[in-house]
Design a protein around this ligand. Structure first.
Ligand SMILES: *[C@@H]1O[C@H](CO)[C@@H](O)[C@H](O)[C@H]1NC(C)=O
Ligand SMILES: *[C@@H]1O[C@H](CO)[C@@H](O)[C@H](O)[C@H]1NC(C)=O
Ligand SMILES: *[C@@H]1O[C@H](CO)[C@@H](O)[C@H](O)[C@H]1NC(C)=O
Ligand SMILES: *[C@@H]1O[C@H](CO)[C@@H](O)[C@H](O)[C@H]1NC(C)=O
Ligand SMILES: *[C@@H]1O[C@H](CO)[C@@H](O)[C@H](O)[C@H]1NC(C)=O
Ligand SMILES: *[C@@H]1O[C@H](CO)[C@@H](O)[C@H](O)[C@H]1NC(C)=O
Ligand SMILES: *[C@@H]1O[C@H](CO)[C@@H](O)[C@H](O)[C@H]1NC(C)=O
Ligand SMILES: *[C@@H]1O[C@H](CO)[C@@H](O)[C@H](O)[C@H]1NC(C)=O
Ligand SMILES: *[C@@H]1O[C@H](CO)[C@@H](O)[C@H](O)[C@H]1NC(C)=O
Ligand SMILES: *[C@@H]1O[C@H](CO)[C@@H](O)[C@H](O)[C@H]1NC(C)=O
Length: 253
């Protein structure tokens, strides 16, 4: 064991510092919720922390620094952190706490995204950097469709074309809508179309999707039902759904 330990120290680039962050945080807007970005580290005796940063992903591998932490001291980044100043608090690391915390209160839609904790430290006075990430999701459920219409909707004839339209709140992060045909006699569902395209993004962080299809009925559809379901990442089966039918199809003689 001891030999391995010493070997590690002789190899270039090896360090024992470990950083811990929550991989993901789900936050709902309904309560007085907060996003506690907690970056905790453990170090070896020959290692020392210099600075810690919490940043937010811009695009690619670019992160905007929001807050900067040094021993018993934390400040908001002058370029990107000041907008958080009135709705968050910072706790830096000290002898008793090995955590750098950015606690965002009064959560907003714009807080969604990936956050990066970057730790600058020294190993035997050589500078190194390591990083860990936290994904923040605003959690809003997909809801039962508000509209599910089938036209024409009475005395259908074989080979007639149905227009089926569905509109629903698909939550946050935005989910998808699916239209199904339900064969009542065999109790099976056939997926007709599924979309994850969102048409309206509302300002309470939830999005609305609509999906329309055309469907040519045949005599086999007599007694069938149509269904539209709405789901996202947080949906537990069965997904909220609206139903239409059973339809009656008249055979052309
Ligand atoms: C949320 O915070 C406001 C203001 O701080 C307070 O009046 C309200 O009671 C809180 N609501 C809950 C559910 O904690
Ligand atoms: C931060 O995380 C560490 C390790 O997971 C934990 O011990 C500590 O209590 C956390 N601090 C807060 C304020 O949540
Ligand atoms: C924060 O609050 C101060 C004092 O109320 C105000 O002057 C400042 O404009 C606020 N900053 C932001 C980004 O809202
Ligand atoms: C985050 O800030 C809120 C509001 O100030 C506070 O109630 C909560 O205890 C803080 N959480 C942590 C872990 O600091
Ligand atoms: C059928 O369509 C008509 C006209 O669009 C509508 O008023 C009626 O409510 C629909 N019936 C059903 C069962 O959806
Ligand atoms: C519905 O199920 C029955 C029994 O399995 C089958 O005979 C019929 O063809 C099915 N209808 C459609 C439209 O798939
Ligand atoms: C519809 O597509 C989305 C992604 O495009 C997928 O996550 C979802 O599971 C699909 N739904 C169904 C019912 O197949
Ligand atoms: C968000 O807005 C949509 C559309 O206005 C509404 O249907 C939904 O209930 C709202 N959700 C919450 C959580 O307020
Ligand atoms: C979705 O809804 C909007 C507004 O109601 C409408 O303008 C648009 O045509 C619909 N799109 C589809 C594909 O149904
Ligand atoms: C966040 O929500 C997803 C989907 O429901 C779940 O799988 C995950 O465990 C949740 N994460 C946390 C940290 O609660």
């Amino acid at each position: 064991m001891l030999i391995i330990y010493f070997l590690l120290h002789f190899l270039e680039g090896i360090f024992l510092l470990t950083i811990t962050t929550s991989p993901e945080i789900n936050v709902s807007l309904e309560s007085n919720s907060s996003i506690v970005l907690n970056c905790t580290f453990e170090l070896d005796a020959n290692e020392g922390i210099r600075n810690v940063y919490w940043g937010k992903k811009l695009h690619g591998t670019n992160y905007n620094k929001l807050a900067e932490f040094a021993y018993k001291n934390a400040i908001y980044n002058i370029d990107h952190g000041l907008s958080l100043e009135n709705r968050s608090n910072l706790h830096s690391f000290s002898d008793t706490s090995q955590s750098a915390i950015l606690n965002i209160t009064d959560v907003r839609c714009e807080d969604v995204g990936q956050y990066q904790c970057e730790v600058e430290f020294s190993v035997d006075s050589k500078g190194k950097t390591d990083r860990k990430y936290t994904d923040v999701y605003i959690q809003a459920n997909a809801e039962r469709p508000t509209t599910f219409s089938v036209h024409p909707n009475n005395s259908l004839e074989e080979h007639e074309i149905l227009n089926i339209a569905c509109v629903a709140v698909v939550g946050s992060p935005h989910g998808s809508l699916a239209i199904w045909e339900q064969n009542v006699s065999s109790n099976t569902l056939t997926l007709l179309k599924n979309t994850s395209k969102v048409f309206i993004d509302t300002d309470n962080c939830t999005s609305v999707a609509n999906l329309t299809i055309t469907y040519k009925v045949s005599r086999h559809n007599n007694g069938a039902k149509f269904m539209c379901s709405s789901r996202n990442k947080f949906t537990k089966e069965p997904a909220p759904a609206a139903e239409f039918g059973p339809i009656k199809v008249l055979c052309k003689s």
